[in-house]
Design a protein around this ligand. Structure first.
Ligand code: CP3
Length: 361
């Protein structure tokens, strides 16, 4: 597709890099840059996935990580919510553990549980033995991005990765954890080992995001989903330097950087300082309050409680309008949920949310 604003799609420079698309009219990118978008942009975290019947259909017989590493399937799943909802951005169908898997770490995604790690990483020797992500490892993901750039027209594509702390939590705990007790024990009892682990994960994340940017993504989101489990003091001392190295390492890439976590009301200022252009906010903090905490020079993304999508149309519409009003306090606002779409969500409810967001001037 060669829409008016697209300077180049799919052409490579001989080094595997795709020329960056120029999408001056994309509302999502304008809001992320704190410019004036033609309408309030909206997309949904986890829009590509289990709440869609067409997703369940194409995933049949294919494991989650296998699907992520199969370019044409990842491309199709990424496009599904764009076709259905007319959202203002696509998010690459992938997972935060994909670079670990691609590097050779024994990790799988167990349905109903989440990522499970075969050999948890708990000692200095475990950290030293952690494999690196070779450039080839990201090749299937880069290929999916290139396919998508050819299909998406004027819709921006968001690439993403897990932040060092959230990835470390899965590696240290061996799977999902409510209290992150082994992770916190390692952070405090063996800070050198902790920093070595986060440093290796920051390298991996940076390499993985650079590969996505080289292939053509228009923005990136760093998911530090579980950072809200930390005090601000621990976050600033033990986690933020590693996330900041990832985000600052992308400063010259020319794409907006979104930084998101859940339960991070106390960390919003720090998450902005880490080097984000857009700070993601969950539903616990109203966006006007979040704007004051994050301070000038950054846009916000959020923050409808995904559970409220089950409360009926009147409640949903009232909440969407409240969030749009509160979001006006920010220098830029990208409408989203406060966390991912829940699997049982009725897709028609999300379609109506998009319509309401787009209808409000
Ligand atoms: O947003 C999107 O639509 C893009 C796809 C996406 C997935 N995972 C696909 C997926 C994204 C952005 C992620 C990120 C991710 N993965 C995060 C950060 C975002 C967040 O929710 O906080 C985290 C913590 C993970 C780890 C992970 N992977 C979990 C907790 C789960 C759910 C496990 C379960 O079954 O309840 C997964 C699996 C997963 N990732 C699914 C999808 C569509 C479901 C697996 C399936 O369809 O079989």
């Amino acid at each position: 597709m060669s829409g008016a604003g697209v300077v180049s799609t799919g052409s490579t420079d001989g080094m595997g890099s795709t020329a960056r698309r120029h999408l001056p009219d994309a509302p999502f990118l304008a809001a992320a840059r704190r410019e004036r978008p033609s309408r309030r942009p909206v997309w949904f975290m986890r829009q590509a996935g289990r709440s869609l019947p067409e997703y369940r259909e194409v995933r049949q017989g294919t494991g989650m990580l296998e699907a992520c590493l199969t370019p044409d399937l990842a491309c199709e799943i990424t496009l599904q919510p764009v076709r259905r909802y007319g959202v203002d951005a696509a998010i690459l169908f992938s997972d935060i553990v994909v670079p670990l898997k691609a590097a050779g770490v024994g990790v799988d995604i167990v349905a109903g549980t989440g990522p499970v790690v075969e050999h948890p990483v708990r000692t200095a020797a475990d950290v030293a033995a952690l494999p690196r992500l070779e450039p080839d490892g990201a090749a299937p993901v880069a290929e999916a991005v290139r396919l998508l750039i050819g299909e998406l027209g004027e819709t921006p594509l968001i690439g993403f990765a897990g932040a060092p702390f959230t990835l470390a939590s899965y590696l240290v705990e061996g799977g999902p954890s409510r209290n992150h007790e082994r992770t916190k024990a390692l952070m405090h009892a063996e800070p050198d080992t902790w920093h070595a682990l986060c440093s290796a994960l920051a390298d991996m994340t940076l390499g993985f995001l650079r590969a996505q940017i080289a292939a053509g993504v228009d923005a990136v989101q760093l998911f530090d989903s579980w950072a809200g489990a930390l005090s601000e003091r621990d976050y600033r001392e033990l986690v933020m330097p590693h996330s900041a190295r990832v985000l600052r390492g992308l400063a010259d890439a020319g794409v907006p950087r979104i930084h998101f976590g859940v339960g991070t009301g106390e960390l919003l200022g720090a998450m902005g300082e880490a080097g984000a252009d857009v700070v993601g906010v969950d539903w616990r903090v109203p966006l006007d309050v979040a704007a004051a905490r994050v301070g000038p020079g950054r846009a916000l993304q959020g923050n409808l409680d995904p559970a409220l999508l089950f409360a009926g149309h009147d409640v949903v519409e009232r909440e969407v309008r409240r969030i749009l009003a509160e979001g006006s306090a920010a220098e830029g606002h990208v409408f989203n949920l406060g966390h991912g779409v829940l699997p049982e969500t009725d897709p028609d409810v999300l379609a109506r949310v998009v319509d309401v967001v787009h209808a409000v001037p």
